[in-house]
Design a protein around this ligand. Sequence first.
Ligand code: ZN
Length: 470
Amino acid sequence: MTTTTADPAIERFLDETRDRRLDSYKELLRIPSISALPQHAADCQATADWIAAELERIGIENVSVEETTGHPVVYGDWLHAEGAPTAIVYCHYDVQPVDPLELWDSPPFEPVVVEGKMLARGAADDKGQLHLQLRATEAILAARGKLPVNLRFIFEGDEESSAAPLEGWLATHRERLAADVAVISDTGFFEGNLPAITISLRGMMYAQIDVIGTDVDLHSGGYGGVVDNPANALARIIAALKGPDGRILIPGFYDDVVALTDEERALLDALPFDEEAHRAKIGVPALAGESGFSVLERKGARPTLDVNGIWGGFQGAGTKTIIPAHAHAKLSCRLVTAQDPDRVFEALRAFVEDIAPPSVEVSVTRLGGGRPVLTPVDHPATRAAARALEATFGKAPVYIREGGSIPVCASFEENLGLPVVLLGFSPPGDRAHAPNEWMDLQNYETGIRTIVRMWDELAALDRAELDAAS
Ligand SMILES: [Zn+2]
């Protein structure tokens, strides 16, 4: 494997500091920065302080730990590369809760290296990636005394909790965050540990449907056949939302979906991906979904509609002959470019109201949402990242479409008007959010070199071309 930054001084620095680097990585992983649990608020603060001290130590300026409505945001910048592009570097320092604890082979906040893997909560998602970003900057500044581009670091502590304070923080500080591109290291490589650039993330629309019949449950003998049953009515409504071929039947739902081009389909088809092996790994008798699209298309480039929960009526042991007073469902849609969560919600509400039987009261409430994100493969910043990956990992990256969301990406696009490059290094199967999370140390080490290369590639871009693409 090649691990070249094309800069002997940087290579020397990275060789000499390897042990120290791993100790520092472990130190960061030892702080249990679980953002969702209030008892770890002080740990989140301690992690933010740790990162701020590191930024200052390596030569980043204007470092501050800034209060938000949630956990602090760590900011720092280095802006002396006159005329060169400016990149925002984003990672998150908070981690997921660790239960069930008994399934961990070693304690989640006592990092250990086993067979080339760093094992700990946050090793991959996302402290490992945050740490490698710090190390790349440190190496360049130590070896050259300056950076080839201007960098603004934004490290948040609420990515894994349901709070989204960064959105407000970005809106407030929009003026001081001028940049050309946002580089986010919070994604991973493709099957077989192939270097990958994630070019799109799906958005989300979340809603609840409530169906109300009466104030109290009714006797199904006395009233059955006379009044409507809210649970039956809800089932009819849900059944009307999606056809047996997986196609969503809400009028207007697909209006804003940008179809894949033949070239984009060919790119997805060319990925080394075995649908049958994927089915076996999930452990279902058969895969399902919208007909006419491959698994990778359905996962990354097509929208979905799923019931996330459904309840109402009697659920105890034995029998209870009632017509339930009410029934409810939570459902969510994963959205793709250029669907708008507001429009999708309105389309859902209008359709449900349209098909709701007059015999019950039906309401639809919005519970949340976020926009999808797409950065074209041919954006100059994406191409710079591709060259950096190929130079360091020795293989051209594949381009993947993630089924999930990183909410902050849409903020960078919308609030700051920036293209987003998703340059992440987690190995496939890293067990992020699960027991025994791990990071491939080769990915970590080579990833440092990739970031060094990325900034050199970005600095070499034609300014006019970059401006025209943004
Ligand atoms: Zn993450």
